[in-house]
Write a protein that binds this ligand. Structure first.
Ligand SMILES: Cc1ncc(COP(=O)(O)O)c(C=O)c1O
Length: 408
């Protein structure tokens, strides 16, 4: 194991501004955390009622040991058997549990590039196995060529990891097409489909039923972003009984907090509320995208989920500098250059927010954009002024002046 192992770099820098000891939580109102993809809407009122009515008791009480009730509710809501479901404290918990159990340093894994960075981190820095990347291209808007992927995927990997819809690209493979692809993959290759954002792509797009009936496909369902429960930590795996039952004994008792279990159960039973919020997300994303496209030289990619991938113009600041400048105004955005080998230095991911927050966000972005432009213009003016001084000095043969002008 790598002795200097670091954690994967994530968004969430906004907590530096709020304070991680939480003694001034009201500071959250002064910042906009568009660097993480948390829901722009609050959890269902039924979730809030279930928690607030009984909070002292929920905090002091041990939860059901293996999330028995949560498993039953997921099974009922999704139309799958309880034996196909394994809950965890967020999908990150399940990623670390399953991948470390299935793989060792000799394993071969195929991932998409770009893709959510935690996978490359766990595979390369924690497990230290062989990773092949299926390279997606900006000229195709990072759309996945299914024929090419099917060809590569047949090469007997131990595991293939797909994020669908993908982050940071926002591209989605339809359920029909993905199921057709998965049928071409050898049963000895496990396939992990991360569906953190799938309901944004459509209510009928999840592969849970397919995975439960398969021999080798496991779907990872976070409840963080779609059910506005990032802080609670709840997720589940859905897959064939043999795979799920082998992981079950490795899950510690009380892995999911009582607060998270109660919240997840209430959320799953209030689909109507969430479906409305998911629909509204598309309008909000379209408005954000239209406004960003007005900015000179910005390339805003189409996406289906609650975020947008943008490329800043080549003549302007890098994403790292732009993020830094926005941060000074309380806006946190994500430089996603590290999520893919070909993303370059100008790739920025922005979370969709409610209408008033979007307006604040756009004001800051426009302000930072203008400041970057005017500093470019004044640099260009200074440079051209010093160039003309230099030329005049050359013409008059005053070399000492040329040198002073150049140094200054
Ligand atoms: C694609 C993807 N998978 C998994 C996660 C982790 O989610 P959580 O651990 O909150 O369930 C994230 C978080 O941003 C993500 O974008």
């Amino acid at each position: 194991m790598n002795a200097s192992l670091q954690n994967c770099y994530h968004g969430g820098a906004f907590f530096d501004a709020i304070g991680t000891e939480f003694n001034q939580l009201e500071r959250r109102n002064e910042i906009i955390n568009a660097d993480v993809l948390d829901a722009w809407f609050p959890p269902s009122p039924k979730v809030i009622a279930a928690l607030t009515d009984e909070l002292p008791w929920l905090l002091r009480t041990s939860p059901p040991t293996q999330c028995e009730g949560l498993i039953r509710v997921i099974a009922r809501q999704r139309g799958i058997s309880e034996d196909n479901i394994l809950p965890g404290a967020g999908s990150s918990d399940l990623i670390f549990l399953a991948l470390r159990e299935w793989l060792d340093c000799d394993s071969r894994v195929l991932i998409l590039d770009p893709m959510y960075g935690e996978y490359a981190h766990v595979l390369e820095s924690v497990i230290e196995c062989h990773v092949d990347r299926f390279q997606l291209q900006r000229v195709d808007n990072f759309r996945i060529n299914l024929e090419q992927l099917a060809k590569v995927a047949r090469k007997h990997f131990d595991l293939i990891i797909l994020v669908n819809p993908n982050s940071p690209t926002g591209q989605h493979i339809s359920r029909e097409n993905l199921e057709a692809l998965l049928q071409q993959i050898p049963a000895t290759t496990r396939v992990w489909v991360d569906e953190t954002y799938v309901e944004y792509a459509g209510l009928d797009q999840s592969l849970e039923t397919f995975a439960a009936q398969s021999r080798n496909v496991v779907v990872c369902k976070s409840m963080s972003k779609l059910y506005a429960l990032s802080g609670a930590r709840a997720a589940y795996l859905c897959g064939p009984v043999e795979i799920i039952s082998a992981l079950r004994p490795l899950t510690p008792p009380w892995a999911v907090s009582l607060v998270a279990q109660v919240a997840a159960v209430a959320a799953l039973q209030d689909q109507e509320y969430y479906v409305t919020r998911w629909r509204e997300t598309h309008q909000l994303r379209a408005q954000l995208s239209d406004a960003l496209r007005q900015l000179d030289g910005w390339d805003v990619l189409p996406g289906v989920a609650n975020f947008l991938l943008c490329f800043l113009p080549e003549h302007g600041p890098t994403a790292a500098d732009f993020v830094q400048d926005c941060r000074a105004h309380g806006l946190f955005l994500r430089d996603v250059g590290s999520m893919g080998r070909n993303l370059g230095r100008r790739a920025l991911r922005i979370a969709v927010k409610d209408a008033p927050t979007t307006e604040r966000m756009l004001n800051i972005i426009q302000q930072v954009n203008r400041a970057a432009k005017s500093s470019r213009t004044s640099t260009a003016t200074t440079l051209s002024a010093s160039d003309s001084q230099k030329n005049a000095a050359i013409r008059s043969g005053n070399l000492a002046k040329v040198e002073r002008t150049t140094i200054g």
